[in-house]
Design a protein around this ligand. Sequence first.
Ligand code: FPP
Length: 238
Amino acid sequence: MSSDDALKRIKNKPLPRHIAVIMDGNGRWAKKRGLPRLFGHRAGTQSVREAVKVCGELGIEVLTLYAFSTENWVRPKTEVNALMGLLSKMLSSEISELDKNNVRLMTVGRTHELPPKVQDDLRKGIEKLKHNTGLTLNLALNYGGRQEIVDAIKKIQKLGIKNIDEKNFSDYLYTAGLPDPDLMIRTSGEMRLSNFLLYQLAYAELYVTETLWPDFRREHLYKAVEEYQKRERRFGGT
Ligand code: FPP
């Protein structure tokens, strides 16, 4: 089956508005090749590029990528620094390409705790792409789902808001204004949520693939979307 056939089938059925991805397996990819973990992360940036491109082509509204969790700080300092370096590098080298593809950029997470250089690169990137109208690329950085819920509650308390319900609670999450993810993809086979978008994933379809993130390509994304399109979404109804 060619990838064009898959594309035709996908385009004929309802697409997810928001896809969220736990990009896992960079370390294992590198280990399999006898390389340092950083090489896995570096290879993973190619998968990021491809996922952004394909989501843009499909007309997906939001792609959220779990790039750095609040738990990732316990990794060796060299690895954390390398990840931050990669992020900065990508932000400067990819911005024009993202702009060409009409992509907007946003972040979720406690980004004020990231290194100042990364914060600065993010601010510049967000500013440069803010008028675009295509895919929203949402990077989860220093992100934790529980922390997000706590931060929302603190915001609500500070504002003195009393009439909170399930609908307007979302307005105080980092993802305010975004549709909830319809499809959550996790690579490299782990069956865990890992503190990712805990509130927003309530009704998402979950898709776990054994493919390691650096190997994740267009055809893997098509497969995940096709799998999503086969599911019957009932949202608790019949
Ligand atoms: C998980 O693999 C991956 C990460 C913690 C980082 C993801 C980062 C990238 C793909 C590169 C930069 C991304 C952007 C958006 C610029 P792991 O290290 O946990 O792999 P393992 O489970 O095999 O050890």
